[in-house]
Write a protein that binds this ligand. Structure first.
Ligand SMILES: [Zn+2]
Length: 346
């Protein structure tokens, strides 16, 4: 019986023999579903990192992307211009004080773990990649097999990536990335979220779910997590800055969910400061994540969107709005460290 079949049958994944054999992987033993080497760590493309050693973390950027292009499991990147464009952007944010970037580009629209590891080595910045499927953009990047398979089977695929590496590279993901469409909550969206919850339960990987302003879908996701015995602390409400209903955000934060305001741009700084202040006033500063949803290598013809504004404009704007240095640290260091630490939350 292989591991995926074990999962399907609800058998605990305690058996030996399915662990990735890649030579560079640390020796691990399993207890409680989480490899001991990863429990309490943040899993980067160059291996597990102690969160306490990290400073400012950007929880939602796109280091690479082919978003808008036809789906492709492994995109065909032209490496020379890619490195010429992306490495200086990574070096720039590192110089500004960034220590880690979470790459939210999912499978089928640009994820490439080998290039990510090379970029991490070239820039000296910690980079984190993901497993999971992206169910927004009218399901354009959802592969055909996802419609046929059960949530358990999909979780089995993502857990294979967790243990053996993304696309079999041995480079392990640091979180599950999935997405739901902007309105309604389709069967496939529901299935992806359930598969993500199952993946979390076995791996402790955090779940970043593009949900945007779809408040009913957020509430349904939290219900699915509950059904699967997963705590809201495992779940990040991605693109929550598109929500106008502050009560809905408060309610999710109250339950323990992470609320991510992740489109810091020159023209959104005022709105993001206002949203962050509203969460602070409601006692939820400890649940907020901040990022740019930048894109350092978008498809041809599109200018890169670097991810430096947090450092150059947004943190100064927060300070001007009365946020203390300690509160800024909570938002930019402590919260993302906690959110992305591998740990089963049940
Ligand atoms: Zn994004």
């Amino acid at each position: 019986m292989n591991r995926r079949e074990l999962l399907k049958r609800g058998v605990a994944l305690a058996g030996a023999g399915w662990w990735g054999q890649s030579a560079w992987l640390p020796t691990v033993s399993r207890s409680g579903g989480t490899p001991s080497s990863a429990e309490g760590q943040i899993m980067t493309v160059t291996g597990p990192v102690d969160p306490a050693t990290l400073g400012t973390i950007l929880p939602h950027e796109h280091v690479l992307s082919r978003f808008g292009e036809p789906p492709a499991r492994r995109p065909d990147y032209d490496l020379a211009p890619l490195f010429d464009t992306v490495v200086p952007i990574l070096e720039q944010v590192k110089a500004l004080g960034c220590t880690a970037v979470m790459d939210c580009t999912a499978a089928y629209f640009g994820r490439d773990a080998l290039i990510m590891r090379r970029l991490a080595e070239m820039s000296g910045l910690h980079l984190v990649t993901n497993t999971g499927y992206y169910g927004a953009a009218d399901d354009r990047y959802v592969p055909a097999h996802a419609y046929q398979e059960t949530p358990e089977q999909l979780a089995g695929r993502w857990l294979d990536e967790w243990t053996d590496g993304v696309d079999g590279t041995g480079i392990r993901p640091g979180f599950v990335k999935t997405a739901v469409d902007g309105s309604g909550f389709s069967d496939i969206d529901r299935k992806l979220v359930r598969a993500a919850a199952l993946t979390h339960r076995e791996s402790g990987l955090p779940l970043a779910v593009h949900t945007s302003g779809n408040v009913p879908a957020a509430q349904e996701q939290l219900a699915i997590l509950r059904e699967e015995g997963v705590a809201p602390e495992a779940w990040i409400w991605v693109h929550a800055h598109n929500v106008d209903d502050l009560d809905a955000l408060s309610d999710a934060a109250e339950q323990g969910a992470w609320i991510e305001f992740d489109a810091i741009r020159p023209d959104t700084i005022d709105r993001h400061v206002a949203l962050t202040r509203a969460m602070k006033e409601r006692g939820h500063l400890g649940r907020v994540l901040l990022s740019h949803d930048g894109s350092s290598y978008p498809p041809d013809g599109t200018a890169p969107r670097p991810y430096d504004l947090l450092f150059t404009q947004f943190i100064p704007a927060l300070r001007e709005a009365g946020f203390s240095a300690e509160e800024v640290r909570t938002l930019t260091v402590d919260n993302p460290r906690q959110a992305f630490t591998v740990r089963v939350r049940t």
